[in-house]
Design a protein around this ligand. Sequence first.
Ligand code: AMP
Ligand code: MG
Length: 344
Amino acid sequence: MKTLLLHDNEKDIEAAGEILSRGGLVAIPTETVYGLAADALNGKAVESIFKAKGRPADNPLIVHIADLADIERFSLVSEFPEKARLLAERFWSGPLTIILPKGKSIPDEVSAGLDTVAVRFPSHPTAQKIIRAAGVPLAAPSANISGSPSPTTAAHVMNDMNSKIDAVVDGGECSVGLESTVITLAVNPPRLLRPGGITVEQLESVIGEVDVDDAVLNELRNGEKAASPGMKYKHYSPKARVVLLHGSDSSYINYVNSHDDKGVAALCYDEDMSEITLKKFSLGGRDDSLSQARRLFSSLREIDGDSDITLVYARCPDPDGVGMAVYNRLIRAAGFEVIDLEKL
Ligand code: AMP
Ligand code: MG
């Protein structure tokens, strides 16, 4: 199939809506990452998302809406508790996904057989226009081949999905750069399942105590069940082996420079670039988690573009605020391999 490259103009948005309403697949820009969208109420269409991505069938999808009223209009959830209303009021539209008991219209393909559903109202104007043009909520995981870094530009999507999906709508570079924060309200106290652009502190300021699921910062032990199925898979990884180096600026620079080889690359803070002698890629600014979030997946994909690189030494960010999301993705890209430079 030929994958159309569409843009944010009236004719193309209408075309995207038309493809979606007849059960096709369209990759759409959002403020987090590009999503691979299908009609969330059409089980067959949703099934084709799993095929295109090579996504395990037990990993549920997020349902995207463009109006709070869509939740009731399409019977997406069976309950909308007070805490959901407070979170929606404060953080929607935006990079927050809320998990609630699922409504009767949600096909099993979306919820992967669970009795809950994940809902998000994206803030990206192009995403909102496409959802409205489709006339239905859209189920959309990230628009990458399962396991590889999420796409933050239309070119990334084309790289993974060309000829596998009907169209990509180019909406420029994603402003957050990491997937949404996921919180479940199906348990008490509410629990953070995936960190993102909305931090734990922000959530707690609105609804009080929020637990952080163990799998956010730690590796699941063998046989342990993931509250969020996505957490159990190796994720976000480039082809090269990634190792996180924990330590000061100088110990990081000294360590990587002493491993200078054409197969080795550094994923480092911008401030340290000039002192690093081997191949280097940006992990954003040292004290700027937002820029780290924007850079991370793009840099992992650039690293994939250099087939000589087999080993990447990445800086280990502090898991505070938005840094928790950067750390969560990077530690999975590294398969939880960390070297503590202060203990060498
Ligand atoms: P993606 O959109 O590819 O970033 O993946 C969506 C993430 O949300 C995955 O980690 C899923 O496991 C998680 N998710 C979606 N629906 C649910 C649900 N009903 N319960 C728990 N986690 C969910
Ligand atoms: Mg994903």
